[in-house]
Design a binder for this molecule. Structure first.
Ligand code: ADP
Length: 328
């Protein structure tokens, strides 16, 4: 059976971008059609200035939201990265295969290191090596597919390169995985700045819809989304990024096609109203399940304990094989 691995970073509250770009498919498709593992990648939350208590709280909240999004522990494995030592163990070995130049070319590293410096902070070494840890997350499980938003395409590409290089140098050890992206909304943009990704870690701005936002808050954020002075609603990601983002969000919620949908609207006001209502409906069941799960914290605890045990059992043989292959 096909193996699938993916994860979310507990660096902020999960967003509509995380949901449409990744989580929704995990629950709707991947857990039914493959042997799937979904992980709260908490080690990745330590790559920038962090508050330990907040990371711990967000890890728990992210895991709860993964379950609320429809992941069923009977169908897939849900766990927290730091509960399974194999990730860090394999990461070091892969650092001995990756190069410094390759790491410095990563777009997210370039963007985030500049941001850290602007904030007056120093750049943690782990920010540079984080894509190697991500490669370890994926390769430890022999994943064939990695369902992610398209901001992660470059990191999965690096994972493929490292797997192939390791196999070529030290003998076949890893499955070379491939990224899969949703057909629409593979990169949901910030409603106030449609040239930037809607990223949970960036800000708590009005341009980000969080999965736990109340209907009124969602409505307000979408009604205030930045568009442009154009008179017609057309789908053009390059020239009209604001309206294009709304059309993609609406299409992703309603199962339509953004280009075809654009013809149905004569004004941005109507487009925003329908988009807001569609998002509210999309989030409603997730929020209801989240509420029920919060009333039963012992259940989440148990899922994560079982998940870590299962994950460990799957990762250990591959990581042991990598250690043997490289000469340890
Ligand atoms: P973030 O950038 O919000 O911190 P993560 O690194 O935790 O996100 O990503 C979790 C998953 O959500 C990844 O598969 C990522 O590609 C996807 N994702 C994140 N932001 C977006 C977005 N704005 N649009 C589509 N997918 C996204």
């Amino acid at each position: 059976m096909r193996r699938v691995f993916s994860g979310v970073k507990p660096t902020g509250h999960l967003t509509l971008g995380n949901y449409l770009g990744a989580m929704r498919r995990w629950a709707a498709v991947d857990q039914h059609q493959s042997d799937a593992l979904f992980c709260v990648v908490d080690l990745h939350a330590l790559t920038v200035d962090h508050d330990p208590a907040r990371v711990r709280r967000l890890s728990r909240q992210s895991a709860t939201l993964l379950l609320a999004s429809g992941l069923d522990p009977e169908l897939c494995t849900v766990f927290v990265q730091s509960h399974v030592d194999e990730h860090a163990r394999l990461s070091y070995v892969l650092e001995c295969v990756a190069t410094d130049g390759e790491m410095r070319r990563m777009i997210q590293y370039k963007e985030k290191s500049v941001r850290e410096q602007r904030r007056g902070g120093s750049v943690r070494l782990s920010l540079l090596t984080y894509p190697v840890l991500m490669a370890a997350d994926i390769l430890a499980y022999g994943a064939d597919e990695v369902p992610v938003g398209d901001d992660q395409a470059q990191h999965v590409e690096l994972t493929r390169d490292l797997a192939a290089r390791f196999n070529q140098r030290y003998g076949h050890t890893f499955v070379v995985p491939r990224a899969t992206h949703p057909a629409v909304a593979a990169r949901v943009m910030n409603l106030q700045d449609p040239l930037s990704k809607m990223g949970k870690s960036d800000d708590t701005g009005p341009g980000i819809v969080y999965l736990l936002d109340e209907p009124d808050v969602v409505r307000k954020k979408i009604m205030r989304a930045v568009t442009d002075s154009g008179r017609e609603v057309v789908y053009d990601r390059e020239a009209r990024p604001g309206p294009a983002n709304l059309l993609e969000i609406l299409a992703a919620c309603s199962g339509g096609n953004p280009e075809a949908l654009s013809g149905a609207y004569e004004s941005y006001g109507a487009l925003k109203r329908d988009t807001a209502e569609a998002v509210i409906e999309l989030l409603r069941p997730v929020q209801e399940r989240h509420k029920a799960l919060c009333a039963d914290p012992g259940f989440v605890e148990e899922v994560l304990r079982d998940g870590a045990e299962r994950a460990r059992g799957m990762a250990r043989p591959t990581v042991d094989a990598a250690y043997r292959a490289i000469g340890l």
